[in-house]
Design a protein around this ligand. Structure first.
Ligand code: SAM
Length: 356
């Protein structure tokens, strides 16, 4: 009998399993699906097991990865396997044969934890024999719709098999975007804005949407990591912060530093970009950005919501709902995205683009 995938498997930053589980349960419920989330604190992944007997593919399509905040990767998955250390491959091959899956590539992954990193030797040793057996059986082949098999090893004797589809997955191993720190940037925070652009602005549109000569505001700018990114793209920046800005950045002549309160400062004319990394209550930051967007003071915005509280998902959901409703009320059409990025710690990044 062929095995029907009844689960979705999501990767996340360790420590954010509960947030992701609550998010998925809420969104699945809204889409008319019921099921149960399973996770271990600090494990780095969440399983969502469906209650009915329909394959999980429908829910996977109903919850695109880009619409989820806390998920780094999203897979349609089979039940987890417990293996004996003497013969790990046979049960994997058996489960795959029952699933009838075929795919073009195989990725062995581990959670983003220290225990996960310790499994690197094992996955490396298994990769050749596994791939050659899968190719022999015709499961690993060319022209399989771009599908990819993922093996998530949570221990040396525990693995879960999942499959991903082009257009609804992260193309990065572990769903983690690693970026090189630019040596001349004044703070490591710089990578948060760069990652946000990779996440929310398709690469072919960078020259148009992140263009030389654009005007931007950076609220809570000091010492200038985010301003550095804007300047690097050739923009002119109003840097709003009481704190000191990096001297080399000021010497570019592209930055006007204003020691004002970011929550009350208003731009002199319509800008292209608003970015904000102020550490304050999420509701306060959302209300301020909402004012900018309702008045169309910028075309696009990237801002972080800091989440020091225990239950992060309800806080994020409430902020996003307020923003959506406020824009809808005044008839401002916008694309809104929110993701927990690799360079984010206890915070998430929101992107808004007004659509004219
Ligand atoms: N994004 C910056 C970077 O890459 O270098 C780091 C920003 S840091 C996390 C937050 C900044 O917000 C601090 O420099 C702080 O002075 C500033 N800040 C806090 N409250 C503010 C306010 N009401 N108006 C403007 N800046 C504020």
């Amino acid at each position: 009998m062929s095995q029907v995938p009844m689960e979705l498997l999501f990767y996340c930053r360790p420590g954010f399993e509960r947030d992701l589980a609550e998010e998925v349960a809420d969104k699945a419920g809204e889409a008319g699906w019921s099921g149960e989330a399973f996770h271990a604190a600090g494990g780095g992944f969440v399983r969502f097991r469906l209650a009915g007997d329909e394959p999980a593919n429908g829910l996977h399509r109903a919850l695109p990865l880009r619409s989820l905040v806390f998920a780094r990767q999203s897979l349609v998955a089979l039940s987890p396997l417990s293996l004996s250390r003497e013969d790990r491959l046979s049960p994997i091959l058996e489960q795959l044969a029952e699933s009838g899956w075929s795919f073009e590539s195989v990725w062995q992954e581990t959670p983003d934890t220290n225990d996960g990193k310790a499994l690197a030797g094992l996955t490396k040793a298994l990769s050749r024999p596994l791939e050659s057996l899968l190719a022999k059986r015709g499961a690993l082949r060319r022209k399989a719709g771009g599908r990819r098999l993922h093996l998530l090893w949570s221990a040396g004797d525990r693995v879960q098999l999942g499959i991903s589809f082009p257009g609804n997955r992260s193309e990065l191993p572990g769903g983690i975007r690693r970026l090189r720190f630019p040596q001349s940037a004044p703070s490591r925070s710089t990578l948060k804005l760069e990652e946000a652009w990779h996440e929310f602005v398709p690469r072919p549109e960078w020259d148009e949407r992140l263009a030389e000569g654009m005007q931007a505001a950076d609220l809570g700018a000091a010492p200038g990591g985010w301003t550095w990114q804007l300047v690097h793209r050739g923009m002119h920046v109003y840097a709003i912060d009481n704190g000191p800005m990096n001297k080399a950045l000021m010497a570019t002549g592209q930055v006007e530093h204003l020691r004002e309160d970011g929550f009350v400062w208003e731009p002199p004319y319509r800008l292209d970009w608003l970015v904000c990394d102020i550490v304050d209550r999420p509701a306060r930051v959302e209300a301020m950005v909402e004012r900018w967007l309702v008045r169309r003071w910028c075309r696009e915005a990237v801002f972080n919501l800091k989440l020091p509280m225990k239950r992060r998902w309800p806080e994020v959901a409430a902020c996003l709902q307020r923003l959506e409703e406020a824009l809808a009320r005044v008839g401002v059409a916008a694309e809104i995205g929110c993701r927990h990025l690799n360079h984010d710690r206890e915070e998430v990044t929101v992107h808004v683009r007004l659509l004219e």
